[in-house]
Design a protein around this ligand. Structure first.
Ligand code: ATP
Ligand code: MG
Length: 196
C-alpha cells in the first residue's frame, strides 16, 4: 500500500500540473445562486480577501435597501477601499409599487455601469441582482454587455436565486447552493452576524 507520503506526493503533482496548465490571467464573472443560505456571505468573503490584498471593491445591493446588515455597517465607512451602494427602496413586497421599484433599480444600475468601467475596482459585487432580471426590472442582455466590457483585471460576483440562462452561460464560475435545511424553518430567529 502506498505510504501517506507517496499519496500526498502524487496529489501534489496533480495539483501543481493543474496550476501550471492555467495560463489565462484575467478577472472572472461568478454567479452564486440556488435556494440555500450562503450566497451573499460568500461574496462578502471575497470582499474580505480582496481587502487583504489591498484591492478596492465596489458593491451594489439590489432589493435590500432598508435592511440593517453587518456588512454595510462595517464596509460602507471604508470609503477609500470600498464603494458601497444600495437600492433606495426596500423589498419589493414591502414597497408594492412596481414603477417605483423599476426606477430605483435603474438608478442603481447607472452607478453599477460606472463601477464596471472603473479600473481601480478589482472586484464588483452585484448582490441580489438576479431578482432584477427575474422581475424584468433590468435587461439581462444590457447587464451582460456591461459586464463583458469591464476592465480586464476586474472580477464581478453576482448573487441571488435563479438568474437568467444567458447569465449562467456567460459567467465563468457558477455555484448553486442547495438548501438542505435552514434554522428559520425550526422557528429560530435571524441572528446578527449570521443572517444579517
Ligand atoms: P446569506 O446572506 O446569509 O449568505 P443568501 O444570500 O444565500 O444568504 P438570501 O436569499 O439573500 O440568501 O437571503 C438572505 C437571508 O435569508 C439571510 O438572513 C439568510 O439566512 C436567509 N436565508 C437564506 N436562505 C434561506 C432559506 N433557504 N430559508 C430561510 N432563510 C434563508
Ligand atoms: Mg443574499
Amino acid at each position: 500500500m502506498a505510504s501517506h507520503k507517496e499519496k500526498m506526493q502524487k496529489q501534489k503533482e496533480k495539483v501543481d500540473a493543474n496550476i501550471a496548465k492555467a495560463e489565462i490571467d484575467r478577472g472572472t464573472v461568478l454567479l452564486l445562486t440556488g435556494n440555500g443560505k450562503g450566497k451573499s456571505s460568500s461574496a462578502f468573503g471575497m470582499v474580505l480577501r480582496c481587502l487583504g490584498h489591498g484591492y478596492r471593491v465596489g458593491i451594489a445591493q439590489f432589493i435590500k435597501g432598508t435592511y440593517f446588515t453587518g456588512e454595510k455597517e462595517f464596509l460602507a465607512p471604508m470609503t477609500d477601499m470600498i464603494e458601497f451602494h444600495q437600492m433606495g427602496t426596500g423589498f419589493t413586497w414591502e414597497t408594492q409599487d412596481k414603477s417605483q421599484d423599476i426606477e430605483a433599480a435603474k438608478k442603481l444600475w447607472v452607478i453599477v455601469e460606472k463601477m464596471l468601467k472603473d479600473e481601480s475596482l478589482y472586484l464588483v459585487v452585484l448582490d441580489e441582482l438576479t431578482y432584477m432580471i427575474a422581475y424584468n426590472y433590468l435587461d439581462e442582455d444590457v447587464i451582460i454587455d456591461a459586464i463583458r466590457n469591464r476592465p480586464e483585471s476586474q472580477s464581478v460576483v453576482i448573487t441571488g436565486r435563479g438568474g437568467g440562462a444567458a447569465l449562467k452561460d456567460f459567467a465563468d464560475t457558477v455555484s448553486e447552493i442547495k438548501a438542505i435545511k435552514h434554522a428559520y424553518q425550526a422557528g429560530i430567529k435571524m441572528r446578527n452576524g449570521i443572517d444579517l
